[in-house]
Design a protein around this ligand. Structure first.
Ligand code: THU
Length: 134
């Protein structure tokens, strides 16, 4: 699996977004350590708070299926599904990544011209991790 292909799968996932309130379609493609890919989209709610981001949809689908080890995630988003600049993961999604992933987990932020690679350590420095609960 290449970063480029993972970004393509994230773009494909945008089509599944349920966004009657913001209009921002977001797609994610999560690569498991065994090579399986889980796609996710954002799912909004009239009460706003229960909205689930694309990244967490992908993670929760994978975890439900028994996956606990992950290599990378690609994320793309934009108004009405138009991808222009990057659409970075929110703080809650970064923390969900940290629950299962280490410093070297890769995040590929897709944009019109390609993708920006970042490590989880770059995206969430000085993070609170499961190790603090040991
Ligand atoms: N959103 C995501 O899906 N992922 C993020 O990490 C940031 C925000 C969604 C939530 C909401 O449906 C829309 O983008 C606008 O905030």
């Amino acid at each position: 699996m290449t970063p480029e292909k993972l970004v393509e799968l994230a773009k494909e996932a945008m089509a599944h977004a349920y966004v009657p309130y913001s209009g921002y379609k977001v797609g994610a493609a999560l690569l498991c350590a065994d090579g399986t890919v889980y796609q996710g989209c954002n799912i909004e709610n009239a009460a706003y708070g229960p909205t689930n981001c694309a990244e967490r949809t992908a993670f929760f689908k994978a975890v439900y299926d028994g996956h606990r080890a992950f290599t990378a995630i690609a994320v793309v988003g934009g108004k009405d599904g138009a991808v222009d600049g990057i659409f970075p993961p929110c703080g809650v999604c970064r923390q969900v990544m940290r629950e299962f992933c280490g410093d070297d987990f890769m995040i590929y932020l897709g944009h019109a011209g390609g993708y920006q690679p970042l490590t989880l350590a770059e995206l969430l420095p000085y993070s609170f991790s499961p190790s603090y609960m040991a």
